[in-house]
Design a protein around this ligand. Structure first.
Ligand code: UD1
Ligand code: CA
Length: 430
């Protein structure tokens, strides 16, 4: 079946109280509009996004991640409202699925269910204890009669608890005829897309209500909604990976980006955050560690470790308070309190407590290369760019500011001096 999808995203989103457009607010590492686009892409090849407020910014963001999305600019001044948003939209296929850009939790299965059957229009409805804010759906027998916006409701209609969830599947032919006929003769002086329902019914068309899950279809309008939506999304992501074999201790305390992936047997302890396109294989991340956009294989990290973007860590032990950035570590031990940035470290090397790569001179970043079986003593500073060949020992407290050859010992140390009885001279006899 061929369908077209139109995503309405021209609204201002004032309730977010943000300079960032509503639909670009992120849920689990992805703008909420992208969640909707991804669900739509599983159904069809013809997606139109309707924009107005901050249109350039949103379009640029979409184009950076997707191809083949059509953009339509709503003429909001002349035709405000969801019906106005559909004016001048041209789609390829005979069936059109219309959804809001602020529904990041909607799944493609639910969208698919809205495209089934042979009614002229399928529309999503939810039963709510508190229907306030939504359009009320008047249902006769099995079929929808009309949608009345809250501001246009009679006191009697306001009591209706079946509300419009805002997703519709409509035959293109009907849209093409009804949209030009819409008027703004209502409490908000807007062009309501919802008025097409009554037009269809008046022509004897069948409008079928499809009951959908409130959790999926509730729109995000405020930062509070955003936080709730993220909680739901996180539960889905964690459940999915636990089913795939990832062990999680106190899962509710763990954050996982929608793009992160796991393989083999991984274990995440409480308070762990996994960001970006991280990929973890047979790895144990201990409590309160943060992983960003990195590949980690057969390793253990933390507790309280931080792996920053573009790191590749294989067969390695990273202990507490160790920060790694843009580095390749293979078969390494770095147990305590280190900063390893822009470095490559090879098998069998040990990084002592407090070792720091001095990778930045205030202008540029430089590389630190460490070969195999290198013992880097505690509190060593590696002033990059610097190369340490295989089988090197570096004494504790050394400042390494030149390359070290294979097999050498490097030591830079101010000789220790002692002064007898200094303590008693200073503090007096006790
Ligand atoms: C709309 C429905 C209401 C339904 C509710 C579900 C209408 C008239 N009413 O309410 O029955 O219960 O959705 O959430 O359709 N948009 C535009 N251009 C506009 C106005 C809105 O593109 O001029 C977009 C928004 O960006 C948003 C979507 O349409 O993605 C819905 O707009 P919103 O204002 O949230 O919905 P309501 O009109 O309140
Ligand atoms: Ca509105």
């Amino acid at each position: 079946m061929s369908i077209s999808v139109v995503i309405l995203a021209a609204g201002q989103g004032t309730r977010m109280k943000s300079t960032t457009p509503k639909v670009l607010h992120s849920i689990s590492g992805k703008p909420m509009l992208f969640h909707a686009i991804d669900a739509a892409q599983m159904l069809c090849d013809d997606i139109t996004v309707v924009l107005f407020h901050q249109a350039e910014r949103i379009q640029k963001e979409i184009e950076a991640h997707y191809e083949n999305i059509t953009f339509h600019r709503q003429n909001v001044q002349e035709f405000p409202g969801t019906g106005g948003a559909m004016k001048g939209v041209y789609v390829k296929h005979d069936k059109v699925l219309i959804l809001n850009g602020d529904m990041p939790l909607v799944t493609h299965e639910s969208l698919l269910s809205l495209t089934q059957g042979d009614a002229h229009i399928n529309m999503s409805v939810i039963k709510l204890k508190n229907p306030s804010g939504y359009g009320r759906v008047v249902i006769d027998e099995e079929n929808v009669r009309e949608i009345v916006e809250e501001k246009d409701c009679t006191p009697e209609q306001k009591k209706i608890q079946t509300v419009n969830a805002g997703v519709y599947c409509v035959q293109k032919e009907l849209l093409e005829r009804y949209i030009p006929q819409l008027n703004n003769d209502n409490a908000q002086a807007e062009y309501y897309l919802t008025d097409i329902i009554k037009m269809a019914v008046d022509e004897g068309k069948i409008v079928h209500p499809v009951y959908v899950a409130e959790e999926e279809f509730k729109g995000v309008n405020s930062k509070l909604d955003l936080a709730h939506a993220e909680e739901i999304m996180q539960t889905r992501i964690r459940n999915k990976w636990m089913k795939e074999g990832v062990t999680m201790r106190l899962p509710q305390t763990i954050y996982i980006d929608v793009q992160a992936t796991f393989e083999g047997e991984c274990m995440l302890e409480n308070g762990v955050s996994i960001h970006g396109k991280s990929h973890l294989v047979n790895t144990h991340i201990k409590a309160q560690s943060v992983i960003e956009d990195s590949l980690i294989e057969n390793s253990d990290i933390g507790p309280m470790g931080r792996i920053r973007p573009h790191s590749k860590i294989i067969g390695t032990h990273i202990g507490n308070f160790v920060e790694v950035k843009k580095s390749n570590l293979n078969g390494v031990k770095a147990g305590h309190l280190s900063y390893i940035g822009d470095a490559t470290i090879e098998e069998g090397s040990n990084i002592g407590a407090g070792v720091i790569t001095c990778n930045y001179d205030g202008k540029r970043k430089y590389q630190t290369i460490i070969g195999r079986n290198v013992f880097v003593g505690s509190d060593t500073q590696l002033v990059a760019p610097v190369t340490i060949e295989d089988d090197v020992m570096i004494a504790a407290g050394t400042t390494v500011n030149k390359n070290i050859k294979k097999g050498e010992l490097a030591i830079s140390r101010t000789p220790l001096k002692t002064i007898q009885n200094f303590f008693y001279k200073f503090f007096g006899d006790k």
